[in-house]
Design a protein around this ligand. Structure first.
Ligand SMILES: [Zn+2]
Ligand SMILES: [Zn+2]
Length: 99
């Protein structure tokens, strides 16, 4: 049994997809809107049936190292939730203040 979260997150196709996303979309995080993101988010989470290697499903996001500006670990915050619900969460409190 393959773990859907791991699927598509390794090997050359994935590295190529990461590079391509960085080139096409830069490093401004989709969640907090700050620069310097290191990770690639799957907008439709793989656990929810999202496509692992589809460039349309990739957006820059802050990973385990966190955002240098607001210190959030945006990918952790998002998890497998749909992007819209996380963005709603963002506007429902002062997202830009460090916790
Ligand atoms: Zn972020
Ligand atoms: Zn940030």
């Amino acid at each position: 049994m393959t773990d859907p979260k791991r699927q598509g997150r390794s090997g050359r196709p994935w590295r190529r997809a990461q590079k391509r996303m960085r080139r096409d979309k830069g490093d401004v995080c989709i969640l907090c809107g700050h620069e310097g993101s290191q990770d690639v988010d799957h907008v439709d989470a793989l656990a929810r049936g999202g496509s692992p290697l589809d460039p349309n499903n990739h957006e820059p996001i802050h990973g385990a190292d966190g955002c240098p500006t607001c210190l959030r670990k945006c990918n952790q915050t998002k998890g497998d939730k749909p992007l819209e619900s996380v963005l709603l969460l963002r506007t429902s409190r002062d997202w830009y203040m460090p916790a």
